[in-house]
Design a protein around this ligand. Structure first.
Ligand code: SF4
Length: 103
């Protein structure tokens, strides 16, 4: 499953540079599939959160193919990067997503 950021986030920015998929954005920041990926989709999407850093589910692979564990969760000082129970994906689905993001 993907990872999500809860409202315990203190906007410290520690997670954002750690993501291999550029799936993490600052509050109010628009996101694009093409940011940090090989996907040729430059469409801008509205920020998912205006208050806290957020993770784009379509870009989160739980770091599969890059790291042993989700890097955002590993560095978060308040442990607010947690499994997103509403977006459960198998390891093979996450690997396929990773291959699609980095073709
Ligand atoms: Fe990015 Fe990995 Fe965190 Fe997903 S789990 S948002 S891929 S750092």
């Amino acid at each position: 499953m993907g990872i999500r950021i809860t409202d315990d986030c203190i906007n410290c920015e520690a997670c954002e540079p750690e993501c291999p998929n550029n799936a993490i954005y600052a509050p109010e920041e628009a996101w694009k599939m093409s940011d940090g990926t090989t996907v040729a989709d430059d469409n801008e999407h509205e920020a998912v959160s205006d208050d806290y850093f957020y993770i784009v589910t379509d870009k989160c692979t739980e770091c599969i193919g890059f790291h042993e564990e989700p890097q955002c969760a590993a560095v978060c000082p308040v442990d607010c990067c947690i499994p997103d129970e509403e977006n459960v994906e198998s390891e093979s689905e996450l690997m396929a997503k990773k291959d699609k993001l980095h073709a």
